[in-house]
Design a protein around this ligand. Structure first.
Ligand code: PLP
Length: 217
């Protein structure tokens, strides 16, 4: 679907929810997409992108940054501590702060490097065993611990279970954000971003709807 159509749908969803126009950031998820497709979206003026692997991000974004100004890169996938430094140097935001060990590593590196990307705490709202993220019951404590480490926590993020009504998960995430005084809500993908906007998403992560289906690796 053309980028302009996605933007029209975002505007309509914001209007329907009585939200401020432009209050939703569209993260174009470019993982596993051919560079020509990414470049096409860059040429349309879009600058905010998401990747879920540090290595893949490192392989394309320094090159694109040489050619395009103002790129805003978000890491949305799991982060190993041994890739944390590279992620911090490459990305403007990390949406997958999902465990105490990673929080401690990011805090140490932030001191060393002198800056830290915006952070989103990933919450496992579906309490799925195979999925990363802090359990909802532990979220308040974890966010407090991150703040005590001086980490710039801007919001929370979730990936709802595939077979459940996403609205329930988005509403739960919004509640966790509100009671912790966090503004950022990273939720909603190609299939459900309008629902996410209705429930207050500030960052939607949309891949296949913009770029087409990903070819499996
Ligand atoms: C791939 C991915 C997306 C985008 O998924 P689409 O269904 O293609 O929009 C969003 N969030 C995360 C964490 C992802 O890994």
């Amino acid at each position: 679907m053309p980028l302009s159509d996605i933007k029209t749908r975002i505007s309509a969803a914001e209007a329907a929810a009585g939200r401020i126009p432009g209050s939703t950031t569209l993260i174009a998820v470019s993982k596993v997409q051919p560079n020509e497709r990414v470049e096409d979206v860059l040429n349309q003026g879009h600058r905010c992108f998401g990747e879920n692997r540090v290595q893949e991000a490192a392989g394309k974004w320094p090159m694109f940054r040489e050619r395009f100004d103002g790129i805003d890169l978000h890491l949305i996938g799991p982060l190993q501590t041994n890739k944390a430094r590279q992620a911090m140097e490459l990305c403007n935001a990390i949406h997958s702060l999902d465990r105490p060990k990673l929080a401690k590593t990011l805090a140490r590196l932030a001191q060393e490097i002198g800056h830290c990307p915006d952070l989103f705490v990933q919450v496992n709202t579906g309490e799925e065993e195979q999925k990363a993220g802090i359990l909802p019951a532990d979220a308040d404590g974890f966010i407090a611990d991150c703040r005590a480490l001086d980490l710039p926590v801007r919001g929370v993020m979730c990936i709802p279970p595939v077979d459940e009504e996403p609205a329930l998960h988005f509403a739960l995430l919004a509640k966790i954000a509100a009671r912790n005084g966090l503004e950022g809500l990273s939720m909603g993908m190609s299939a459900d971003f309008e629902t996410a906007i209705a429930l207050g998403a500030t960052h939607i992560r949309v891949g296949s709807a913009i770029f087409g289906e990903r070819t499996p690796d």
